[in-house]
Design a protein around this ligand. Sequence first.
Ligand code: FES
Length: 149
Amino acid sequence: MNEKMNRMEFLKSLGLKGASLVAVYCAGGALTSCINESMAPAGNDGGSTPNLVLDLTSSSYSTLNTVGNYVIVNRIVIARVSQTSFAAVTQVCSHEGKAKVTFRSGEFYCSEHGARFDTSGKGLNSNGSRGLTTYRTELSGTNLTVYYS
Ligand code: FES
């Protein structure tokens, strides 16, 4: 029996089953094999807050060098609203919880029922009346940081 099997057998002997067994086994093994897309990327602020850091020179995010464009990362819509500013809001609409918020014509817009929000997250019509959660952004060189808190 190899080491993996021994560890699994040991965890089973503790009474762990199914998802909890996988989670514990995963945490006990190589962490790199356990990363999934729902996890926020690690921040570079010293580790206290898991912020998003987007390199605007990378092909994935260079679209943000053009005013009016946006990207969606970890269910956050990040838009270039002017030459000098960005806005970031949750992709999940406050109207009925659909993850359909995008950016168009200088405002955030939900394609499900048409809720509209300004770049500070304030609702612009009745479906958008509850506003959107916003995230602070900061550009340093070519790195755009989106602060989760
Ligand atoms: S869920 Fe967005 S407008 Fe209804």
